[in-house]
Design a protein around this ligand. Structure first.
Ligand SMILES: NC(=O)c1ccc[n+]([C@@H]2O[C@H](COP(=O)([O-])OP(=O)(O)OC[C@H]3O[C@@H](n4cnc5c(N)ncnc54)[C@H](O)[C@@H]3O)[C@@H](O)[C@H]2O)c1
Length: 262
């Protein structure tokens, strides 16, 4: 591999929710690009399997657990000698237990916000001192195109992802003097476990065949196709690399044009 391809050479990175889906794709690409990567996830079995398949370090973590965050940062510093990049990717859609504003239970709302918002806040707060010590760093928070458009079919999810986008701008301004950058990434639709569950849920609610509902989701994307995990990973790679050294507080949409039609 030539040096031009090593866009994250020797950067120490944490990717949450790294056991599968977008987190796994991001971690894999980071490693290809020369990074040292610690993946974390609440699903211990899938996490250790993925870590050995892609050559990452791993640590079981519930991103909602405040105390675990300092251990994760220390783990990364001890293993890799510092911390340059945090990708707060772990998240859940909060489906299966009420989705419209009227039938969303308070417990489902709180669970969604706990993982999608508090987990991201705790991550930002935990890594800032370590990045400051390092002379700067890049925080990338996974939001969604759902943060930009009303989502009465996924009420708590859309609101939680809007909170992530706003939080990221506050972190960006706070971190700017120390060259700690913070940006949010807003995927459209990528066929991961989360997305497959969402489509299955929509099909069950509509009483329609799964393939029909899936085709309907895809047809509403201006590009006419779902995104690939690699499409999201490539944006995250740019934000993690020094190529984006002057980019902070930005909301990077990767959605095949979805936000244009809502
Ligand atoms: N797939 C899409 O179309 C899409 C679109 C927009 C945004 N996103 C966002 O991208 C991120 C990744 O989504 P995905 O599609 O890969 O989902 P996924 O469900 O396939 O993977 C999410 C991972 O996060 C982990 N996780 C969940 N709760 C956790 C917790 N409390 N602590 C630690 N780990 C936890 C899960 O175990 C899982 O491995 C999420 O934040 C999601 O909201 C996805």
């Amino acid at each position: 591999m030539n040096t031009k391809q090593q866009r994250l050479s020797n950067k120490a990175c944490i990717v949450t929710g790294g056991a599968r889906g977008l987190g796994r794709a991001i971690a894999e690409l980071f490693i290809e690009q020369g990074a040292q990567v610690l993946i974390t996830d609440i699903d211990a079995d899938a996490l250790s399997k993925t870590a050995s398949e892609i050559g990452a370090g791993f640590a079981v973590q519930d991103v909602c657990d405040e105390e675990q965050w300092s251990n994760i940062v220390k783990h990364c510093q001890d293993k890799f000698g510092g911390l340059d990049v945090l990708v707060s990717n772990a998240g859940l859609a909060g489906i299966g237990d009420g989705v419209s504003p009227e039938d969303t239970s308070l417990s489902s709302w709180r669970r969604t916000f706990s993982v999608n918002v508090e987990g991201v806040f705790l991550g930002c707060r935990a890594v800032i001192p370590a990045m400051r010590k390092n002379g700067g760093g890049s925080i990338i928070n996974m939001s969604s195109v759902a943060s930009m458009t009303p989502t009465p079919f996924l009420t708590a999810y859309g609101a939680s992802k809007a909170a992530v986008a706003h939080l990221s701008t506050s972190i960006a301004l706070h971190g700017a003097p120390d060259r700690i950058r913070c940006n949010s990434v807003h995927p459209g639709q990528v066929q991961t476990d989360m997305h497959n569950d969402l489509v299955a849920d929509a099909a069950a609610i509509a009483g329609a065949p799964l393939s029909e509902v899936q085709d309907g989701f895809e047809a509403r994307i201006p590009f006419g196709e779902f995104g690939l995990s690699e499409d999201i990973a490539n944006m995250v790679l740019f934000l993690a690399s020094d190529e984006s050294r002057y980019v902070t507080g930005a909301q990077m949409v990767v959605d095949g044009g979805m936000q244009l039609i809502n």
